[in-house]
Design a protein around this ligand. Structure first.
Ligand code: NOJ
Length: 754
């Protein structure tokens, strides 16, 4: 018996010791306790050239399992590539069950069992849809965008996703471009702070409630000529450095794991093959450590751009320029191994790209638990929670910009007995969501009509369609509208553009409201009844005629799942609007691009000056120079008065700071929020400088009669800018400081940099 005990004990000791020895000598990528870099290097050493190129291959997955996929040769072909180690990532494979099933194939049926990355466009929500990013930016509350991105990430991660292709931070000055909705408007600072906030919100601490972010589209995709999608971009390096690059840089600095190429040319070279962008700026200057993914087929499109003769040359040019993962064109997976064997591409470029991709797979913990994001129970419990919907509602109302409010037409009384809600978009769930609404469903959207009905449960809420879905006039609908208007106490009329015309490949040459919508408004005006206009559109529209007709205009943008409740909160005064537009509203399409941070020109013109010396000046003869509503503009149900702007000193040196203070008073009768804005102008520089540049802002809350002093600290970074080569210039001389509630109505002071 004693002997037996001894034997068992000895065996146990040997087992423990040998386990320890094994653990110490297991230097393979499977050993969790090793540093990620060591694991990456080990795995890299085990991979063939083909498997390495496979990691750079991202394909559009769709549904890859189940009976339909089983009979689809295309889908089966993708699975074969996966088993052969020739796919590193799928986009558009979504859902806990599906991602788990596809991941299982990668883990169990490919030689090295390298997990896949699942990517998806989670732009402004996954299942709970938040306002379009452009709208959200009008809140000037990056913390709210961060929170919304966090909720979107949590929902997406519960559906098995690791990676979103967002945020998009392409600064744009052209509302004809369909993707204006995806960014944060015309200002570099606003784009930068929202980009960084969204990166933080999406990525969190890289646990399985978050997703990797993607800085896109690098670079300058937001300025296609004429606002036409995928069109040529042609800008000076001076504009690139000062206006277009800061938001990408801010997102990289915020720690974004990935960056995406843009479709356009930059200095004549498509972004995917552009070494200046991908290597010189992104890697060498900004120190980006993550990996770069192409946009959809943009490697292959080097051929149509006319800079590569075939797919092999496309892969060659892209990789040499610093592009890495290839979304959807297969140019890389099919050609890179041979290019390396032929000595045309250094092996180190491939190894570097693969290491970075593997790094993120390790970092997310996918080698240790490949299914940690794919949890069906969690998926079911995470979507559209009451808390998420409440945040979506809050985001919606904080994003809606009050453009006009004659004689306090708004807010409407909650005692109203009879409301007519008019206009096709007032009642359409289908038109409420845009192309980038993730897995959001129309059936979950609260329309304007329903939001108003929720707000006034005892009132009679009537509805009249007013115009055809296409925007055309319809006599019968007008007759019905007029009849119903007669019985109404007040009318809420919704005009705008369908969400279906918002997003990629959805440029519009004409962004004025169509005739049927205008006919509806004219009929309402003729009815003599009080009415207000809600604009439902994912871009600023040309509202010049609407402004003349309507006593009150609420620009609701496209507000997501909770848009109707958010709008009703504003319309009936439960929320006092505070949003300010981050993009100018043009007076006419011909005025585009119109933006506040323009250069002076040699012959500037101010509207209203029509004397003999105002002829040979920079203007149109038929329209004003100013936009209809300028950048930074938005009304409240209360009023604010700005005191004089005071500087702590009239001069500063490069190492000093000056504070700018202004006192803001709520002179109305309601509590409200005001967004106080700081602008600067460099009066004389080596380069011509914009007439105003936003340098700071603060959102304050004021009770009736309350005053607050807002202080901005001006430092030399705010006074500096970039030259043509991206070097920082700080030039002594005169500056102007402006503070106000929008970019037009400001208090001014002078400052000198010594
Ligand atoms: C093309 C778009 O430009 C890009 O933004 C998007 O992420 C990809 N398609 C994937 O859907």
């Amino acid at each position: 018996m004693k002997r037996l005990h001894f034997h068992i004990l000895a065996t146990l000791i040997v087992m423990v010791l040998s386990y320890q020895v094994n653990a110490q000598t297991d230097y393979s990528y499977k050993n969790k306790s090793l540093p990620i870099e060591t694991r990456v290097q080990d795995l890299l050493g085990r991979m063939t050239l083909e498997e390495k190129a496979g990691q750079l291959n991202q394909l559009n997955g769709g549904v890859l399992t189940g009976p339909q996929a089983a009979n689809d040769p295309g889908q089966q072909g993708k699975l074969k590539l996966l088993r052969d180690g020739k796919i590193g990532s799928f986009l558009n494979v979504v859902g806990a069950a599906e991602t788990k099933a596809v991941q299982k194939i990668a883990i169990e049926e490919s030689r090295l069992g390298i997990p896949l990355l699942f990517a998806y466009d989670v732009i402004h929500g996954f299942k709970t849809v938040f306002p379009i990013p452009l709208a959200e930016a009008c809140s000037w509350e990056p913390a709210m965008a961060e929170k919304a991105s966090g909720i979107a990430a949590n929902e997406a991660a519960a559906a098995g996703l690791h990676w979103t292709f967002a945020p998009m931070m392409d600064l744009t000055r052209d509302p004809r471009w369909g993707r204006v909705m995806e960014g944060s408007g015309e200002d570099p600072l606003i784009n930068s702070v929202f980009a960084a906030a969204r990166v933080r919100g999406f990525q969190g601490n890289f646990d399985n409630h978050h997703v990797m972010a993607c800085v896109k589209h690098f670079a300058a995709y937001g300025q296609p000529e004429g606002g036409k999608e995928y069109n040529t971009v042609d800008m000076s390096r001076y504009s690139f450095w000062n206006t277009y690059s800061p938001s990408y840089h801010a997102a990289v600095d915020a720690g974004a794991a990935t960056v995406m190429n843009s479709f356009n040319v930059f200095d004549g070279i498509p972004a995917t093959a552009n070494k200046f962008l991908n290597t010189d700026v992104l890697r060498n200057r900004w120190g980006f450590k993550g990996f770069l993914v192409s946009d959809w087929a943009s490697y292959g499109e080097l051929i149509t751009h006319g800079v590569a003769a075939d797919a092999a040359e496309a892969a060659l040019k892209g990789i040499l320029a610093g592009s890495q993962m290839d979304m959807e064109s297969s140019a890389v997976v099919n050609n890179l191994p041979q290019l390396i064997k032929d000595g045309k591409v250094p092996q180190s470029l491939l190894d570097d790209a693969v290491s970075k991709i593997l790094y993120w797979k390790f970092k997310l913990g996918l080698f240790d638990d490949p299914y940690k994001y794919s949890d069906e129970k969690r998926e079911a419990a995470t979507m559209l929670t009451p808390a998420s919907l409440e945040t979506a509602r809050d985001a919606a109302r904080k994003s809606m910009v009050l453009l006009k409010n004659d004689k306090n037409t708004l807010p409407l009384s909650k005692n109203t007995k009879n409301v007519l809600v008019a206009g096709f978009f007032a009642d359409s769930q289908e038109d409420a969501l845009d192309f980038w609404c993730g897995k959001g469903e129309a059936k979950d959207v609260v329309t304007y009509r329903n939001g108003i009905a929720n707000k006034l449960p005892k009132a009679t809420i009537n509805y009249a369609q007013g115009y055809e879905a296409s925007g055309k006039t319809n006599g019968k609908l007008l007759v019905d509208l007029k009849k119903k208007a007669r019985g109404a106490d007040v009318i809420v009329a919704v005009i705008g553009i369908t969400g279906k015309h918002a997003g990629e490949a959805r440029s519009l040459a004409d962004i004025t409201p169509p005739e049927g919508q205008m006919e509806m408004l004219r009929a309402l005006k003729a009815s003599g009844k009080p009415f207000v206009v809600v604009v439902h559109a994912a871009r600023p529209m040309v509202l010049t005629e609407v402004e003349k007709l309507a006593p009150a205009i609420l620009n609701a943008w496209i507000g997501g799942t909770a848009m109707g409740n958010g709008a009703a909160d504003v319309l009936f005064g439960d929320y006092n609007p505070s949003a300010k537009t981050v993009i100018s509203f043009p007076v006419s399409v011909g005025q585009i691009p119109v933006y506040y941070n323009a250069y002076s020109t040699g012959r500037p013109h101010e509207d209203g000056h029509d004397g003999p010396n105002d002829f040979w000046v920079s203007r149109y003869r038929d329209i004003p120079n100013s936009p209809l509503y300028p950048f930074g503009y938005g009304m409240s149900y209360t009023s604010f008065e700005y005191g004089d702007l005071k500087l702590s000193a009239a001069e500063m040196t490069a190492s000093q700071t000056v504070t700018a203070t202004v006192s803001v008073k709520n002179t109305g009768s309601r509590e409200g929020e005001e967004i106080v804005q700081l602008y600067l102008r460099d009066l004389v520089g080596t380069y011509s400088r914009p007439v105003k540049e936003l340098k700071g802002f603060e959102k304050i809350n004021l009770k009736p009669s309350e005053s607050k002093t807002v202080t901005f600290t001006i430092d030399s970074k705010m006074l500096s800018y970039f030259d043509f080569d991206g070097n920082t210039l700080l030039e002594p001389g005169k500056f102007q400081v402006f503070v106000g509630g929008n970019s037009r109505d400001v208090k001014t002071a002078d400052l000198r940099l010594k």
